[in-house]
Design a protein around this ligand. Structure first.
Ligand SMILES: O=C(O)[C@H](O)[C@@H](O)[C@H](O)[C@H](O)COP(=O)(O)O
Length: 246
């Protein structure tokens, strides 16, 4: 089918809404429309909008579409859900990927808030970043786009992360957390789970059968530390939609 199946009930769902597609192209088109509409609505209602995006490879076709969206991008602030602690010109830098795929064409007018400082380690950079995020990002965030790894991580909330407990349970006001994990090739800076949940809408974007299985596992009861995406999926405070295509 090309039309999404929408399983949302009435009121705030305790399980994510699901939009599954037969083809990735249809999924990216639908998601680009949703992001554009939600940002336009935020600008209409509050004069500005905040978009949090993830790195990784899955969202790149979406960013290509969004970069040409007819929106007043000068009123949009874009930041990342997480960053790898590498130089801003390094091929693994999420900021570099976002600059090359999203922040061009019309979207070049958006303001970008980086999750990286010049410090040699994310631990050293954390205080400056916390201050930057407190100053430059208005909460609630309007739209948060997350990915998921096959190990159940989202943003840089990795299973086995040295600061995972802090990143999952930080008091509401704390926005970012440095983290290292065996499954993460570089040291990371991540937004905390409580801050990601301070948003009007979250989308978890995934492709492929393996991630569909991890998603089902994450909906089943179990510790968030095993599959940290549970912190996003198994809550009833913030609306979440799972977008999926093979
Ligand atoms: O910087 C990162 O690595 C991410 O933001 C991360 O959370 C990503 O979303 C998942 O690892 C999925 O990545 P893929 O889309 O490449 O599978």
């Amino acid at each position: 089918m090309n039309a999404p199946e929408n399983s949302a009930g009435s009121g705030l769902p305790e399980q994510p809404d699901e939009k599954r597609f037969e083809h990735r192209g249809a999924m990216f088109d639908a998601l680009a429309r949703e992001v554009t509409e939600r940002l336009a609505q935020a600008i209409d209602q509050r004069g500005e909008a905040t978009l949090v995006v993830s790195g990784g490879s899955t969202p790149q076709p979406l960013f290509d579409l969004l970069s040409g969206a007819d929106l007043d991008w000068s009123k949009v602030t874009v930041t990342l859900a997480d960053e790898r602690w590498v130089d801003k010109a390094h091929k693994d830098s999420n900021a570099l990927m976002v600059r090359e795929t999203l922040l061009r064409d019309r979207a070049a007018a958006a303001r970008f808030v980086s999750l990286k400082t010049e410090d040699p380690s994310p631990e050293q950079g954390e205080p400056e970043l916390e201050e930057r995020l407190q100053r430059d990002l208005k909460a609630p965030l309007d739209f948060v786009l997350l990915g998921m790894g096959t190990d159940g991580h989202t943003a840089s909330l990795f299973p086995g992360g040295d600061q995972l407990a802090r990143a999952l349970n930080a008091p509401g006001g704390v926005r970012c957390c440095a983290l290292r994990a065996p499954g993460a090739p570089q040291a990371r800076m991540t937004l905390t789970a409580p801050f990601l949940l301070k948003s009007r809408q979250i989308v978890v974007l995934c492709t492929g059968e393996t991630k569909a299985r991890v998603f089902s596992d994450a909906l089943a009861p179990g510790p968030r530390e095993d599959l940290p995406i549970r912190a996003i999926l198994r809550q009833s405070r913030t609306p979440v939609t799972f977008y999926w295509a093979p």
